[in-house]
Design a binder for this molecule. Structure first.
Ligand SMILES: *[C@@H]1O[C@H](CO)[C@@H](O)[C@H](O)[C@H]1NC(C)=O
Length: 243
């Protein structure tokens, strides 16, 4: 009974599961693979080859959207509009392309990627519900490709792994943190050098000036030297005189 049900299930849904699921572009390594409002996916080459008349859509969902999204939802309607995400809808449909855009095999030299969130101009334009607008927060987001023939869903991939965006706060706090500590090191170094110079000056003043007033240093110095020499001379002389 159960195997029969499992066999019937795809037929009931009327939609094929194809693979692989969407993945971030790790090869080649890209500058800005993930930013605060975008991320870069590999294009689905050789994924929907059996559905040559289909238009491939990207579904972007938050954690509620992965279970709440229904494949019979239509692109270009309020229930899948970017502008409603994430307040009114938990998933939106964007980046539609015909299979001609995803040739199979993938041209070997080309870097073929999709940047999700790259269209800022239509982000608030309700007349463009399929806008590929900037993602509204750090995520996590899940994405899948869905192929429609006309308005009939025919094939889909699995959901991607959760994708987290770069948050501005940690990166800026890291950079200002290191900047601060570098600045602190410089300031501390300068301060300790200044302090050392000041100390040296003080010590020098104490050594050279003695207890006398330090007005004309050269003369008082030579005076004190003469006096000491006289004293030591006197001291050395005394035992000699006694003997
Ligand atoms: C994508 O969808 C928009 C809106 O439904 C449509 O105007 C456009 O022609 C479509 N592009 C492709 C390549 O299917």
């Amino acid at each position: 009974m159960l195997p029969l049900l499992l066999l019937l299930l795809p037929a009931v849904h009327g939609i094929d599961r194809v693979g692989p699921e969407p993945t971030l572009t790790l090869d080649p390594p890209l500058e800005g693979l993930v930013t605060a409002s975008t991320f870069v996916l590999n294009q689905p080459h050789c994924v929907f080859e059996n559905y040559s008349n289909a238009v491939v859509w990207l579904v972007v969902a938050n954690n509620m959207g992965t279970s709440g999204f229904n494949n019979s939802m239509k692109p270009g309607t309020p229930e899948t509009a970017f502008q409603g995400f994430p307040d009114k809808v938990s998933a939106y449909m964007t980046l539609n392309a015909t299979l001609g855009s995803y040739p199979c095999p993938k041209p070997s030299q080309d870097i073929t990627v999709l940047r999700v969130g790259s269209e800022t101009s239509c982000a608030k334009d309700a007349t463009r519900p399929t806008c590929n607008g900037p993602l509204p927060g750090p995520g996590p987001y899940w994405v899948k490709f869905l192929a429609l023939e006309g308005s009939v869903p025919v094939a889909e991939t699995d959901w991607s792994v959760p994708i987290m965006l770069r948050t501005a706060k940690p990166s800026s706090s890291i950079s200002t943190g290191s900047g601060q500590s570098a600045g602190m090191i410089v300031i501390t170094t300068i301060l300790s050098i200044l302090f050392a110079i000041l100390l040296a000056g003080l010590v020098a003043m104490l050594v050279f000036c003695g207890s006398d007033s330090c007005g004309s240093s050269t003369f008082s110095k030579s005076d004190s030297v003469t006096v000491r020499r006289y004293n030591t001379h006197h001291v050395y002389d005394q035992p000699a005189a006694r003997l």
